[in-house]
Design a protein around this ligand. Structure first.
Ligand code: ZN
Ligand code: ZN
Ligand code: ZN
Length: 207
């Protein structure tokens, strides 16, 4: 892989945090460049930063790069009023990490399981840690959309981040601008509008 020069706004993004290591259909496990924009997405959140880098060469595994520009284009239209990001209460369960580390439900922390022959085997579930990571199922409400904490916090960590919800369709994405010049774009897909009682809302902190 060739060494890529990065601009200051590139360096303000934790690119790998936005990538999808599991993706098979598209090449989403690393950022890519297309037509002057550098993108990364895990298909729930996306970041896009203007760049002078050339287009990425074809993926070595023959996977396609997502055609991402049309997704961010609504956020580049003139006249959008970007607003400061609100502050939300801290989630008591996950501390806003979006995930909880718990004792492995398979080996109950012993890191070993007994097979039918009564041998001890390494637990196949927890990679010999005795722990597992669960999604916390907490969210914040932005523009009438529910955004899962793990997605929201990735975006909230970007520098100088502001937000805007461009239309009334509650299933559509929430857009963010970030970077010193405010010309970098992030977006988050909302959770389903259907109410799931297992999800808990992190309330707005009012001042
Ligand atoms: Zn939580
Ligand atoms: Zn285990
Ligand atoms: Zn065995």
């Amino acid at each position: 892989m060739s060494e890529i020069k990065s601009s200051p706004q590139d360096q303000s993004v934790d690119w790998l945090a936005f990538c999808d290591k599991e993706s098979t259909r598209y090449a989403l496990d690393a950022p890519w460049v297309k037509d002057g924009w550098k993108f990364a997405t895990d298909s729930r959140v996306m970041v896009a930063v203007p760049t002078g880098e050339p287009d990425s060469p074809p993926d070595a595994k023959g996977r396609r790069f997502a055609n991402a520009f049309p997704l961010i284009e609504p956020a580049l239209r003139p006249g959008i009023e970007w607003q400061p990001l609100p502050t939300f209460e801290r989630c008591e369960r996950c501390g806003n990490k979006g995930t909880i580390r718990k004792t492995c439900s398979c080996c109950r922390g012993a890191m070993k399981v007994k097979c039918d022959m009564s041998h001890n085997h390494d637990c196949p579930h927890c990679d010999k840690t005795g722990k597992e990571t669960l999604s916390c199922r907490c969210f914040v409400m932005l523009g009438g959309r529910r955004i899962a904490t793990e997605h929201f916090e990735k975006i909230a960590a970007l520098p100088n981040v502001k937000w805007n919800s461009p239309n009334d369709n509650c299933e559509s994405s929430v857009f963010f601008s970030f970077g010193e010049l405010g010309n970098c774009i992030a977006m988050a897909m909302p959770l389903s509008a259907e109410h799931d009682p297992e999800w808990t809302e992190r309330k707005l902190v009012t001042t």
